[in-house]
Design a binder for this molecule. Structure first.
Ligand code: LLP
Length: 414
């Protein structure tokens, strides 16, 4: 986790004490570091310097407008998967001409909105979608820029829920069918074929699967050139993993270097869609211990954040480090760190050795990606506030929801 430091037993993000964040904004609360976001973006971008490239931040990882606006200011483009994400990008000052539209289920209104906004391209995931985009574009007299998302049938060796590049996945166009679909795309009147795309999964900790996918993309690109279909860009998707615990993902230089070598001499512009890598280690979830429950079998630290705030542990059995905000002396006890939600799957961490007391704050680390973005209102829990630390300054970038807001769209029967 970046930007975190311990000052005489008190935990700070940049120059802000997390205790101060909690007293000002309450808990649970997501806290991000502007410096960590900025530095990570800069490092990612710089790793590809010298080659024509565009970073399209995957909005789904963290779609807060302040985060999107920060990346837009740094020059980032965006990878979106819904009309909602498109509206967020536009509201945050993102450039639609640097925005790619991914996803297997784009609806006609979403396609229309993206065409009207002028997105860089549609990453098309099926033959039917291709026809639909052609039709919608025709209806408004536009030419839709398209790229086919091919499924390279590569094992990303990650959690099965977040692997997307295998044959049996719902994602992408089967590799064997891609060439003929490209030929068809080239004949459709309202399409302009601009690129090729793949995304094989998330939280990858090895370079080899990326290279295997890239190799297939390059083969197809050459075959297409032989067919007279010349592509302007290659989009390698996102997926670069981060360190949550003991993983050792490739560092950015290794990842970029390998891609660079494989692409040597290619005229196409490179597009990348990193999500987690840019935001994951720039944010944490701040929570307070409500109760300690010591038992003969297990001890529970019951905190005020739950699976509705951070779903990753419950959903993927994902590990997030959990550390006290105030270091206490004394022998640690082993705790199940759990939330108030009425499900046994509601946990944030298993078997954590902590020296804590009721009322203490805990920081759940590396929660900047797929944390708030996947949160819900289960158990009628208002979603957490979000705060951005900037040096010594604190900015509330999303207010805590109120319960009344949660049911304001509901109506009793007449
Ligand atoms: N591009 C496409 C088409 C994607 O589907 C994704 C992520 C990305 C880019 C960004 O991938 P990243 O660089 O973040 O790995 N909720 C899960 C992760 C789901 C990823 C979905 N697609 C988690 O919390 O681990």
């Amino acid at each position: 986790m970046n930007g975190l430091n311990d000052c005489q037993g008190r935990l700070f993000l940049e120059s802000v004490a997390l205790g101060e964040v909690a007293s000002r904004f309450g808990t649970p609360c997501y806290v991000y570091s502007r410096k960590a976001l900025t530095d990570t973006y800069a490092a990612f971008d710089a790793a590809f310097s010298g080659i024509d490239h565009l970073v399209c931040y995957a909005v789904k990882a963290n779609s807060n407008l302040a985060v999107l606006n920060l990346f837009a200011r740094l020059g980032s483009g965006f990878d979106i998967v819904s009309g909602g994400e498109l509206q967020r990008v536009l509201a945050a000052g993102g450039d639609p001409a640097k925005t790619v539209f991914s996803g297997v289920g784009k609806s006609s209104p979403e396609i229309l909105a993206a065409l009207e906004a002028g997105v860089l391209c549609f990453n098309v995931e099926s033959a039917s979608e291709l026809s639909r985009i052609d039709r919608v574009a025709g209806e408004i007299g536009r030419l839709a820029p398209v790229s086919l998302r091919v499924n390279p049938d590569v094992d990303a060796r990650t959690h099965p829920y977040i692997a997307t590049g295998l044959k049996d996945s719902k994602f992408g166009i089967p590799f064997e069918e891609a060439r003929s679909l490209y030929r068809r795309a080239a004949t459709l009147p309202h399409l302009r074929v601009v690129g090729i795309d793949c995304h094989i999964g998330s939280q990858l900790t090895e370079t080899a699967p990326f290279l295997a996918a890239l190799e297939r993309v390059l083969t197809l690109t050459d075959e297409l050139a032989a067919d007279g279909i010349v592509l302007e860009h290659m989009d390698l998707g996102g997926g670069l993993g981060i360190r949550y615990r003991e993983e050792v993902p490739p560092d950015i230089a290794e990842y970029a270097g390998a891609i660079r070598n494989a692409l040597a001499g290619r005229p196409q512009r490179l597009i990348l869609e990193p999500g987690r890598f840019l935001v994951g280690n720039a944010g944490l979830l701040l929570t307070r211990v409500e109760y300690l429950k010591h038992g003969s079998q297990r001890n529970f630290a019951i905190v005020d954040a739950a699976m509705n705030d951070l779903a990753r542990p419950a959903l993927y059995d994902a590990y997030h480090a959990i550390v006290p905000v105030l270091r206490r002396d004394g022998r640690p006890r082993r705790y199940e760190v759990v939330g108030p939600v009425c499900e046994s799957g509601d946990f944030l961490g298993h078997e954590r050795d902590l020296t804590v007391e009721e009322g203490d704050l805990l920081a759940v680390l590396s929660a900047g990606a797929y944390g708030m973005a996947m949160s819900s209102n289960y158990n009628t829990r208002p979603r957490a506030a979000e705060v951005m630390v900037d040096g010594g300054a604190l900015h509330l970038i999303r207010e805590r929801e109120t319960v009344v807001e949660l049911f304001s769209l509901e109506k009793p029967l007449p």
